[in-house]
Design a protein around this ligand. Structure first.
Ligand code: ADP
Ligand code: GLC
Length: 489
């Protein structure tokens, strides 16, 4: 039996800021259906509901750099064990990663403790044969495993898979953190954690793991290029035989218009009438006029960052209003982008409306009520909202990059390549023209609604990777290169 311990900084429904949480919240049960035993470890941040959780480990002290972090472990049951690492001085704060002004200054220690705790859990609570780590916050798991614990018999045969959800976030810290995170300078060299003079957590994951994956086939290729590699394209290229591109699945039990409890009226491919009521409800929610019922309503649900192409949306907004198109945006993130969006909404109040903050219910209402969903991302490792949109009959307009390119095709959505306002507008114009032909539009909606991106296929691909790791079929595993990497040679 394959036993997997997933380690991540977020997992739905306990803690979520983006798609990482959706994936870590839903992949485990898909793997369980394939016969794996899976547990998940995330930090217990402020606001994580402990009511349905029980304390399973009172004292799990984590020693790092001469300091003992007094941790304990809660277990919540969401069909499988979700372990919540409790250490109030580190995690009991308003944000997961920082406050409105900046990242927390001790993030290196906060996530190093998570990584060391993962190994403590693997030793004492849930002993896996695969440690599956996600994003930079967990990059030190394989580093500790292959350095500090390299000779520890507990971990013999345990393999690591590191999944990249977003190469743009790397966990970079000054080398002065090394003693605090319990690592000596033996790992700080160009074939180890060093990245332009800094300690890079993600590089730890990329170099010290037995296998790597990312969340779409196209992104797996893109990150090996200069344009998308964020300086790590060389490292990724050197590990390309161990790198797998596995498209994210989605959890349709949370994201289906036929059963969604957040939306005004349920609807399905067989009866689309409820979608009009959802549109009306969305217009009311955002204070837009009834006149929009006959015109295309564009929706955005997004973190507001340059990754997501928020600047392009701001740039085209006046033109949308001029063409009598309507736009609703739900977003949270960069303060300057909020200001720009607020300004265009104020300039075109009858056509453009924005809402800031994180709002799960409203995200569902936008998916259901909009006619067209916009994702003009500069880069997009996978993207989940365009997949949700397909199921809601909300036709996506996306930039052809990463997972957007892999999931949207002619007939289910509109794609553009060049990252420019002009190219985005041209795609929106094509969508608006199609919208005007009611029958053609409905056929397009239905084609999208029929698409199936459930986890079944993708979970089986992860299983293949785990099997290769455990049964030795993978060409390149860490152990063969261990001496070279640890000595910097
Ligand atoms: P990313 O992880 O890069 O943000 P994804 O498309 O993979 O992008 O996933 C985003 C997830 O976060 C979706 O589930 C989306 O509904 C949700 N989301 C993003 N912004 C908000 C928001 N402001 N309010 C509620 N949900 C949001
Ligand atoms: C990241 C990416 C997004 C992806 C998500 C889940 O946040 O930005 O494209 O869908 O992770 O893998």
């Amino acid at each position: 039996m394959i036993k997997i311990l997933m380690v991540a900084s977020e997992a739905a429904p306990f803690a979520k800021t983006g798609g990482l949480a959706d994936v870590v919240g839903s992949l485990p049960s898909a793997l369980r259906e394939l016969g794996c035993e899976v547990a998940v470890l995330i930090p217990r941040y402020k606001g994580v509901d402990l009511n349905s959780a029980r304390r399973v480990y009172d004292s799990l002290p984590i020693w790092l750099g001469g300091v003992a972090y007094q941790c304990s472990l809660y277990q919540a049951d969401a069909g499988l064990p979700f372990y919540l690492l409790d250490c109030p001085p580190l995690y009991d704060r308003p944000g997961f990663y920082g406050d409105a002004a900046a990242d927390y200054p001790d993030n290196a220690v906060r996530f190093a403790v998570l990584c060391r705790a993962a190994l403590a859990v693997a030793r004492r609570v849930f002993r896996p044969n695969i440690l599956h780590c996600h994003d930079w916050q967990t990059g030190l798991v394989p580093v500790y495993l292959r350095s500090v614990f390299a000779l520890d018999p507990t971990f013999i045969g345990m393999k690591t898979l590191f999944t990249i959800h977003n190469l743009g976030y790397q966990g970079l810290f000054p080398p002065s953190v090394l003693p605090q995170i319990g690592l000596d300078r033996r790992v700080f060299h160009v074939d180890g954690l060093e990245f332009f003079g800094k300690v890079s957590f993600i590089k730890g994951g990329l170099i010290y793991s037995d296998a790597l994956s990312t969340v779409s086939p196209t992104y797996a290729l893109e990150i090996q290029t200069k344009e998308y590699g964020f300086g790590l394209d060389g490292v990724l290229g050197s590990r390309s035989s161990a790198l797998h591109g596995i498209l994210n699945g989605v959890d349709y039990s949370n994201w289906s218009p036929a059963t969604d409890p957040y939306i005004k009226a349920n609807y399905s491919i067989h009866d689309l009438s409820g979608k009009q009521r959802c549109k009306q409800d969305l217009l009311t929610e955002f204070g837009l006029p009834k006149a929009a019922m006959d015109r295309p309503l564009l929706g955005v649900v997004s973190r507001l960052t340059s990754q997501k192409g928020t600047e392009l949306i701001v740039e085209i907004a006046p033109e949308l209003a001029l063409q009598d198109l309507y736009l609703v945006v739900l977003g949270a993130g960069d303060a300057e982008m909020e200001v720009s969006l607020r300004d265009v909404a104020a300039a075109y109040p009858g056509h453009i409306a924005v809402r800031f903050g994180y709002d799960e219910a409203l995200a569902h209402k936008v998916e259901a009520g909009a006619d067209i969903f916009l994702m003009p991302s500069q880069y997009e490792p996978c993207g989940l909202n365009q997949i949700y949109s397909l199921r809601y009959g909300t036709v996506p307009v996306v930039r052809a990059t990463g997972g957007l390119d892999d999931t949207i095709e002619e007939g289910t959505g509109f794609k553009f390549r060049e990252y420019s306002a002009r190219a985005l507008l041209a795609a929106i114009r094509a969508a608006a023209t199609a919208f005007a032909d009611g029958e053609l539009w409905k056929a397009m909606m239905r084609r999208g609604m029929r698409k199936d991106f459930s986890w079944r296929v993708s979970a089986a691909k992860y299983l293949t990777v785990y099997n290769e790791l455990l049964h030795g079929a993978t060409a390149e595993s860490f152990s063969g290169k261990q001496d070279q990497i640890l000595s910097g040679g």
